[in-house]
Design a protein around this ligand. Structure first.
Ligand code: 3Y8
Ligand code: NAP
Length: 246
């Protein structure tokens, strides 16, 4: 039986883990170790980086991995790039499980930007109250603007990440009603988010639409060419082909 490496950390990866476990597949679920207590999975787990491309090649060989599924987040670009390179070097088939980017509806007020820096520039110069729902990495640049920031983080930061901020600790997936209440409670005037796609992070966009609030949406990084599908079923079909060596 082919041993599968599942690069996880997203809602879709967790759904795939359940399908693999239910099918009795020999698979290992991989976390980066970014959060203190990641959600348990129904598969054996490994936590932490591999040590770059070379480390991943060594892992694939040592663990006799026969197929890799990259179900990491669209913004986990380094991991995805490493997976493409390492799988090519090790001759291991790779498939990406990726959700489509969000697309604005009629009554959405979205500004698309291509980086954290342009997201900062897109915020007003006069004081505002900004729901900065991009996690813990990449926050420093927002100190350049005189806003009050609402931050939602998975783990408590050692120190306040920005001079004028409120930190809420929560692990998604999130619900629109909860995000609407959060934004009303904090009198939010703007939202900044990554175009992560998927259902787990969409709640704040649905809430922003209901409240008529502007959203600054950061485009996802470009990834190298690779085979990509959008559903667990397609990954399972691809794996059964890979197992038959076709
Ligand atoms: C460590 C595993 C599952 C996976 C759930 C998804 C949904 C909930 C929404 C907001 C936005 C954000 C953030 C977010 C969401 C899901 C998914 C998703 C966004 C966990 C998890 C890990 C991480 C890492 C973490 C990042 C941060 C990003 C918070 C677990 C909970 C903002 C991305 O403290 C830190 O350093 C956090 C870092 C990378 C982005 C950042 O740059 O800070 N995710 N998130 C994974 C690992 O170690 O490999 O702890 O259980 C997983 C999930 N987070 O099993 O159902 O699939 O997107 N995660 C973003 O989308 O903008 C929150 O608040 O609305
Ligand atoms: P990244 O910047 O693309 O990766 C940085 C390094 O972290 C990688 O080179 C690799 O280290 C390690 N790494 C990343 N994902 C890994 C995984 N699943 N298993 C083992 N090592 C991993 O990654 P990131 O954006 O920090 O994301 C880290 C994790 O959080 C991923 O699992 C991702 O799916 C999840 N996540 C990220 C976001 C986001 O907004 N970025 C949102 C939700 C969930 P080595 O080079 O040492 O191998």
């Amino acid at each position: 039986m082919t041993r599968i490496l599942l690069l996880g950390g997203t809602t879709e990866a967790s759904l795939l883990a359940r399908a693999l476990a239910a099918a009795g597949k020999d698979a290992v679920f991989s976390y980066a170790g970014r959060t203190d207590n990641p959600v348990a999975q129904p598969l054996p787990m490994r936590v932490g980086g591999f040590g770059g491309v070379a480390g991943l090649v060594d892992y694939l060989r040592a663990e006799r991995i026969g197929a890799v599924v990259d179900a990491t987040h669209p913004f986990a670009a380094q991991m995805s790039r490493n997976a493409v390179e390492a799988c090519a070097l090790a001759g291991v088939p790779l498939i990406g499980l990726e959700r489509a980017p969000w697309v604005a509806a009629e009554d959405d007020n979205w500004t698309h930007v291509d980086s954290m820096e342009t997201a900062v520039a897109a915020l007003p110069d006069t004081p505002a109250r900004v729901f900065l729902a991009i996690g813990k990495q990449n926050l420093a640049g927002f100190a350049a603007k005189p806003h009050h920031y609402l931050l939602r983080l998975v783990d408590a930061p050692d120190a306040p990440p920005l001079p004028d901020c409120t930190v809420v600790l929560a692990r998604g997936p999130f619900e629109a009603e909860g995000d609407k209440a959060l934004m009303l409670h904090h009198n939010i005037s703007h939202i900044v988010a990554k175009n992560a796609g998927g259902a787990g992070a969409e709640a704040k966009l649905i809430a922003a639409r209901a409240l008529g609030l502007p959203v600054i949406l950061i485009d996802r990084p470009t990834l190298p060419a690779r085979r990509v599908v959008g559903s667990v079923a397609e990954v399972m079909a691809w794996l059964s082909h890979a197992e038959r060596g076709v």
